[in-house]
Design a protein around this ligand. Structure first.
Ligand code: ADP
Length: 543
């Protein structure tokens, strides 16, 4: 027997129609690249998105299924693109603006982007590769000052495009399983691969992200989107905010910690998103200038890399700001798990509670995780036994775009193999201990680099720590710790060692600690272990 419910496609069109119907007065505020403040309502965004969709179809001849790319910061026009491109039946492709020219050229050609919407400040980068991306028919210039000159071919000013368009465009009819957006993995561990999201997956993912067990967002919130829109669709927040009726605050290129703090203060931000390195920077500034604390900020959402327990504790103790630690990947839209305390944790000490919050958390409904050991069995839920993390769910990838044989990425029974190594405790809280490619195997024993990093970052002299495997004749591999020391702090290898010995066995503690001015970062702000290993091999890291 079939259910007797209406067919109501879950699409981004349904999201923007809802936002315009229920929350037309809600606001999107941008600090534009030139430093000026732009403010308008969801209703304004709706009308301009319709104009843009009209322009895509009638001026730029975009056909259903065409890929339309952006090469842009987080700002209001970029939000318009998120709704107009899928609304025109096309596929929204936010390009990672921090990749190398070779990688961007590869991705644009692989994706076969027809049009690129590009910020004027980023044009010089693209001018160098435009001749190598012949499938791109148009470059649409965003935020270009009057008299802006470029060698890019076939350019149109964004506002000129909109001026000539009608705002009564009827969104294209589509199936909820049609492609809505495409994102490439940032290539931390290999060549970028493409993940195609459906309207349905984007919709369901956003609905779950709103819930109390995840980000807990509502119409009283003002959300600062620090996570770039090119990084897994800004973790889905441009859709979440419209669904939740939360104001959106967009920083464009103004990503320095002090500027973000100022923006949080001025715009009364209640929640902000970002990778841990962003939050480490913000904490450093606040610690030195506590009077700058944005008093409305109650919580921050963190993912992309492990959130150190020391940071969770410091933000909570010093500023009463809670971290929501989440785990996910480009392949999983990204959110799969989030760590929040439950009543079962009430009786724990504050220290024990911080340990729970530092885990990657429990699954959200619609997604499932499991940990598989080398013999194929499911790991016990003991919080200790580590194995490969596998996932499945309504917003988890089914196969990479244009990859013929996807079998290496999936288990025989169809779960996605994440390449992450994790443990699970008796309450199903997941803890990521490493990525398969970053694991350190010393004398036959596995060592978790993430656990060492998190422990080192709790030392008062350390602001950042990254642990990599280095070759060793006797033990095959040994961990090497690279640390960024706090201002005025000295290298204290002995004290680092003593701290680690409290929680780690002798063989797990690095033999060497190297002070580095900074840890190299990937295009999305994670520690770049590939680069650190290269530097070590090239003799560029010395103690
Ligand atoms: P890339 O794979 O190019 O780094 P992604 O953003 O898709 O780009 O990265 C996903 C990976 O990031 C995960 O597989 C995991 O290794 C890591 N990751 C994400 N969130 C967390 C977290 N909360 N703690 C530890 N690692 C995380």
């Amino acid at each position: 027997m079939k259910g007797q419910m209406m067919h109501y496609p879950l699409t981004t069109n349904a999201i923007i129609e809802f936002g315009n119907r229920v929350f037309p007065h809600k606001e999107i505020i941008t600090r534009l690249p030139d430093g000026s403040r732009h403010q308008y309502s969801f209703h304004d965004m709706y009308l301009r998105s319709k104009k843009l969709a009209h322009a895509l179809v009638h001026q730029l001849n975009i056909q259903p299924g065409d890929k339309v790319a952006s090469f842009a910061w987080n700002h209001y026009q970029h939000i318009e693109l998120y709704y107009a491109i899928p609304g025109a039946g096309a596929v929204c492709h936010p390009l990672n603006i921090r990749l190398s020219a070779d990688q961007v050229e590869y991705i644009v050609n692989h994706s076969e982007d027809k049009v690129i919407f590009i910020d004027a400040t980023l044009v010089p980068f693209f001018e160098k590769i435009a001749a190598l991306t012949p499938l791109v028919k148009w470059f649409i210039l965003l935020n270009a000052p009057a008299g802006f000159v470029t060698t890019l071919p076939n350019t149109i000013q964004y506002e000129t495009l909109l001026q000539n368009a009608a705002d009564d465009f009827e969104w294209m009819e589509m199936d909820e399983n049609d492609a809505c957006a495409i994102c490439y993995t940032s290539g931390t561990t290999g060549a970028p691969k493409a993940v195609v999201y459906s309207h349905r997956s984007v919709y369901l993912h956003a609905q779950v992200l709103i819930t109390p067990n995840a980000a807990n967002i509502g119409m009283w919130d003002k959300v600062l989107l620090v996570v770039p829109q090119f990084h897994v669709l800004g973790w889905g927040f441009p859709f979440v905010c419209v669904m939740a009726g939360a104001d959106m605050i967009l920083p464009s290129c103004h990503l320095q910690p002090a500027t973000l703090i100022e923006l949080m203060q001025q715009e009364k931000v209640t929640l902000a998103t970002g990778v841990p390195t962003i939050w480490m920077g913000i904490y450093e500034v606040l610690k030195n200038n506590p009077s700058l604390q944005p008093i409305t900020l109650k919580k921050y959402m963190v993912g992309g890399s492990a959130l150190p327990i020391s940071l969770i504790k410091a933000f909570d103790k010093d500023f009463s700001i809670s971290g929501i630690h989440a785990w996910g990947m480009t392949e999983t839209s990204p959110l799969v798990t989030a760590s929040r305390l439950q009543p079962i944790h009430d009786s724990l000490s504050k220290e024990e509670q911080y340990k729970i919050l530092a885990k990657q958390g429990i699954e959200l409904p619609g997604a499932e995780v499991r940990i598989i050991l080398e013999d194929g069995s499911v790991a016990p839920k003991d919080g200790v036994t580590a194995g490969e993390l596998q996932v499945r769910g309504a917003w988890v990838i089914d196969g990479y775009y244009k990859v013929e044989d996807n079998s290496p990425y999936f288990s025989a029974d169809g779960w996605f193999k994440t390449g992450d190594v994790a443990t699970m405790d008796s309450n199903r809280y997941l803890q990521i201990t490493d990525r398969t490619k970053d694991l350190i195997k010393s004398g036959g024993e596995w060592i978790s680099s993430v656990a060492l990093e998190v422990a080192l970052m709790a030392h008062t002299a350390v602001s950042e720590a990254c642990v990599i495997a280095i070759p060793d004749e006797r033990w095959q591999e040994r961990p090497l710790a690279c640390v960024v020391l706090r201002k005025d702090a000295d290298m204290q290898a002995q004290s680092f060692r003593e701290l680690l010995l409290k929680d780690f066995a002798h063989y797990q503690v690095p033999d060497h600690f190297i002070a580095v001015p900074q840890i190299p970062k990937t295009s999305v702000g994670k520690f770049d272990k590939k680069e650190l290993r290269r530097m070590y091999a090239a003799g560029e890291l010395t103690s």
